[in-house]
Structure formats: structure tokens, C-alpha cells
Design a binder for this molecule. Structure first.
Ligand code: UDX
Ligand code: ADP
Length: 472
């Protein structure tokens, strides 16, 4: 680039705005503020309550290490606010991290991404921008959304330029802070004009403060958008694959943990993400796969759509199968029994219950007219919201203390792999349960033979049950 060309490139100030103060926006911005003290980072949201919580001692989400990072930087170069218009005016680098749930209405309902919030944000940026902006997609979006964003932004801009970048987030809840601090890779997708590359380099420089340069991958914008969907689809596919194997293990007497270990030792397969479970949950996997399926159908690629859709179907089947196994083990009736759920979050170390398989299992148990007692170290607020009516009617009870939760119950179902569930005194728990007492370990985290010795009828996942009837 010659000097004249450099001169004509837009200048951006060092104020970063993030629109959307959720599970992605909050932690990501806290880490950027931490690593880039010369940038001023503001996180805005339409939800006043959420912003008030970000400004309080009780953050709106639980994430190990998050409190410390926020406290270290809040009021210094990290701010939380509801002034979206003011933020857009004063910040030239804008991350968009609003939610893109699955559409529940109209064309593509149940499949496509609902881009309402996202489009509203694009229009707000256009309305309030008074200087050149770099707009960065953080939310997972269908491929080619950046183009739509560019079209909206370019529709009315007067002498102002907008460069759109895709910078998908790969953090997993529960380990968000370490994922952000030590990412496997950071993707930055951009166009190929000088201006686009200039904007891209500004974002590269931000990440390069703490991420080794070789882990910052620059690529085309569509590849970047598709990589996010593809990564989540691959991860979810591994879980459905091992869960499908677990079903066969239960029929044949094989042990899914042994099979997972055996296949994971093949370096081409690798050991991670091979834990059989009651199914994957969380805000991303199902939504992103359905999004991918919608894209395939849109392009007439129905065979590929069916392939990925099966990953979601197996996941639904796994949750259902877990429930049916409980029913069968407990003499084909759960009516008037008390079932205690150990864990309600969709995974350990988070308070998030979005798409948690525990919701499906709990609803299934309620349909069988049993009572449900839920305990979880972090997700009881979510459970209270989810089952407000059932709690009111006395069908669901919440208990912080697992001993209290299991008291008088017929069965315990381990639904979230919180380490504390390994440490409990199951002898005492057994003493206080109705007999025969059952444990359904949906995460395979307990010592099954010890539990059997204590007297429990034990039903691991993807392994033979340890029970009277299982001995033959
Ligand atoms: C996921 C992706 O990992 C992350 O990169 C992306 O940015 C967002 O989606 P997250 O949903 O936070 O992150 O959690 P993840 O650790 O991927 O777990 C998802 C679900 O799969 C959980 O319900 C978990 O319990 C389940 N799981 C995971 C299994 O059942 N077995 C496994 O082996 C791994
Ligand atoms: P994610 O897991 O992707 O971070 P969340 O639902 O936790 O999703 O967070 C998304 C946030 O975006 C929510 O707090 C929501 O209030 C906010 N949001 C949605 N639309 C807008 C908007 N137009 N302007 C500002 N914030 C928005």
C-alpha cells in the first residue's frame, strides 16, 4: 500500500462497544478490557436488569474466574450501560453479540435463526453512527449474514464507512475465561479490499496482545461464519455418535466408557468429547445444527440436511431413552414416586439451563405423575423459573442441599456432572431413601460397584446395570 492509499484509510478510535451483555458478550469484553488497558470497553444491553447485575457484586451469570476479571477492570476501562445510542456514537469498534435464537414463527420456524434482534441492532448502528465503524459479528449467524449486515449499513450511510468482520466465539460455558485467555484459535473473517484488511488488522492487533500470532487465523468472511456452525456441528456429532454407541452397549453388555477409551486412543479420533450422556444441551449445538440444516434445505442439499438433522434426532432419542430406562427399571410406573434430580444445569460449572436435557427428563417424569425434587449448586434460579407453575402446584420441589433433596426419594438421577456429587456420603443418602432405592447415573461419574454394595440398584449409562435382575 502506498502512502496515499494509507492516508485514505478510515481512522478508528480506541473505544470498543459490545451490543449484548450475555454469556458471550460479558466474559469476552471483560477479557479484552483486561488485556488491552489502552482500549475503553463498553458493554450495552436493552435489558436494564442485566446491566444492573453486571454493575453489582452479583453478576448475572456464573462463570469460574469471571468475578475477578470484571472486578479488576470495571470502572477502569470496562463499563456496562443501557445507553446503546451513546455507545454507538462514541465507539468505532462495535462487537454485535445479541442472541440469535431459533425462529419460532413463519418461514423456517423451528430451524432458521431468528435475526430480529440482530437486524434491529444493525439499524440502530446505522441510525446513531457519526463516524467510521468496524462492526464485528460475534453471535453465531447463518452464513452470509455479514452481507445482509453490510447492505443494511450501507443503505443510508452518509460519508461513513462500515467494515464488517466475522469473529465467531468458541468459548464453552464453565471454562469461558480460560477459553478466552488461551484459545485454540481466533478466527477473523473479512473481505479482501484494502479497507477490509485494514479493519481486520486492527482486530488482529487487539487479540495479538495475548494470543500467539499463529493462533490468530485470518480467512474469508463466509468461511469464518461457516466454520463456527461446522465446529459446533462436529462437536455435537461426536456426542450423538457416542450416545448411539451407548444404546448398543446397554443391549449387548459392552461398556461405553471402555469403548470410548479404546477409540479415543486412535490419534485420528482423539479422546475429547466422547463422554456418553443424557444428551447435549446448551444454547449453541441444537440451534446451530438446525441452522445448518435450514441452509442445506435452502440450497436443495436434502441428503446433507438429513445427515446433520440425525445428530439432533439422536440427541432427543437419548433423553427419551434415559427416561424410558428409568420407567422400566422402576417396575413400569413412576406414578406417586419421588425422583430426585442431581443437577439441572446443562453441564457442570455453569448456571445456564438453556436446552438442558434435565428439563426434558424432568418434564417426562412429571408426565408419568411422579414428584420431582431438583438440586443444583448454581442453577436453582433457572429451575425455579422453568417450573414456576409446577412448584406452585407442589409437583416440583427445589432443595439446595443434596442430602435434603434425596430424603425420602425412590430414585436419584444424576443429570449434571458437578464434581460435588462424587463426594457425597451415599451411605447416609441410601439410609434416608425409600427402598428399593435406585440411582440412574446419566453422566457415569459415580463409583457404581460401591453404590451397589451399599444396596442401591444402579443404572449407569451405556453399561450393564448393577441390580438383582442385572446379575443374570
Ligand atoms: C459449545 C462449544 O463447545 C463452544 O465451542 C461453542 O462456542 C458454544 O457451544 P457449550 O455449549 O458451552 O459450548 O458447552 P460444551 O462443553 O460444548 O457442552 C455442550 C453439551 O454437550 C453439554 O450439555 C455437555 O454436557 C454435553 N457433552 C459434552 C456431552 O454430553 N459429552 C461430552 O463428551 C461433551
Ligand atoms: P449469548 O449466549 O449468545 O451471549 P444471551 O441471550 O446470553 O446470548 O445474550 C444476548 C444478549 O443480547 C441479551 O442480554 C439480550 O438482552 C441482548 N440483546 C438482544 N437484542 C438486543 C439489542 N437490540 N440491543 C442490545 N442488546 C440486545
Amino acid at each position: 500500500m502506498n502512502e496515499d492509499e494509507k492516508m485514505s484509510l478510515p481512522a478508528y478510535n480506541k473505544n470498543i462497544l459490545c451490543i449484548g451483555a450475555g454469556y458471550v458478550g460479558g466474559p469476552t469484553m471483560a477479557v479484552i478490557a483486561d488485556k488491552c488497558p489502552d482500549y475503553r470497553v463498553t458493554v450495552v444491553d436493552i435489558n436494564e436488569e442485566r446491566i444492573a447485575a453486571w454493575n453489582s457484586d452479583e453478576l448475572p451469570i456464573y462463570e469460574p474466574g469471571l468475578d475477578e476479571v470484571v472486578k479488576r477492570n470495571r470502572g477502569r476501562n470496562l463499563f456496562f450501560s443501557t445507553d446503546i445510542a451513546g455507545g454507538i456514537k462514541s465507539c468505532d469498534i462495535i462487537f454485535v453479540s445479541v442472541n440469535t435464537p431459533t425462529k419460532t414463527y413463519g418461514e423456517g420456524a423451528g430451524m432458521a435463526a431468528d435475526l430480529r434482534f440482530w437486524e434491529k441492532t444493525a439499524r440502530q448502528i446505522l441510525e446513531h453512527a457519526k463516524s467510521h465503524k468496524i462492526v464485528i459479528e460475534k453471535s453465531t449467524l447463518p452464513v452470509r449474514t455479514a452481507q445482509a449486515m453490510a447492505r443494511i449499513l450501507q443503505s443510508g450511510a452518509d460519508g461513513i464507512s462500515f467494515e464488517i468482520l466475522s469473529n465467531p466465539e468458541f468459548l464453552a460455558e464453565g471454562s469461558a475465561i480460560s477459553d478466552l485467555e488461551y484459545p485454540d484459535r481466533v478466527l477473523i473473517g473479512s473481505g479482501s479490499t484494502e479497507k477490509a484488511l485494514h479493519a481486520r488488522d486492527i482486530l488482529v492487533d487487539i487479540y495479538a496482545r495475548w494470543v500467539p500470532r499463529e493462533r490468530i487465523i485470518t480467512l474469508g468472511i463466509w468461511s469464518s461464519e461457516l466454520s463456527k456452525l461446522a465446529a459446533n456441528a462436529f462437536l455435537a456429532q461426536r456426542i450423538s455418535s457416542i450416545n448411539a454407541i451407548s444404546a448398543l452397549c446397554e443391549k449387548t453388555g459392552a461398556d461405553v466408557t471402555e469403548v470410548a477409551m479404546a477409540i479415543g486412543l486412535d490419534s485420528r479420533i482423539g479422546p475429547k468429547f466422547l463422554n456418553a450422556s443424557i444428551g447435549f444441551g446448551g444454547s449453541c449445538f441444537k440451534k446451530d445444527i438446525l441452522n445448518l440444516v435450514y441452509l442445506y434445505r435452502f440450497y436443495g442439499l436434502h441428503e446433507c440436511a438429513d445427515y446433520w438433522e440425525a445428530v439432533v434426532k439422536i440427541n432427543e432419542y437419548q433423553k427419551r431413552r434415559f427416561l424410558l430406562n428409568m420407567l422400566k427399571a422402576m417396575f413400569n410406573t413412576l406414578a406417586e414416586k419421588r425422583i430426585c434430580l442431581f443437577g439441572f444445569a446443562f453441564k457442570a460449572f455453569t448456571s445456564d439451563i438453556r436446552e438442558s436435557p434435565a428439563i426434558t427428563v424432568a418434564r417426562g417424569i412429571l408426565e408419568e405423575r411422579a414428584q420431582v425434587v431438583i438440586t443444583d449448586p448454581k442453577a436453582l434460579a433457572g429451575a425455579r423459573q422453568e417450573f414456576a407453575a409446577e412448584i406452585e402446584r407442589g409437583e416440583v420441589t427445589l432443595a439446595k442441599d443434596p442430602y435434603e433433596a434425596a430424603y425420602g426419594c425412590d430414585a436419584i438421577a444424576i443429570l449434571t456432572e458437578w464434581p460435588l456429587y462424587r463426594e457425597l456420603d451415599y451411605r447416609e443418602i441410601y439410609r434416608n431413601m425409600r427402598k428399593p432405592a435406585f440411582i440412574f447415573d446419566g453422566r457415569n461419574i459415580l463409583d457404581h460397584s460401591k453404590l451397589r454394595e451399599m444396596g442401591f440398584h444402579v443404572y449407569p449409562l451405556g453399561k450393564p446395570p448393577l441390580t438383582d435382575s442385572g446379575k443374570d
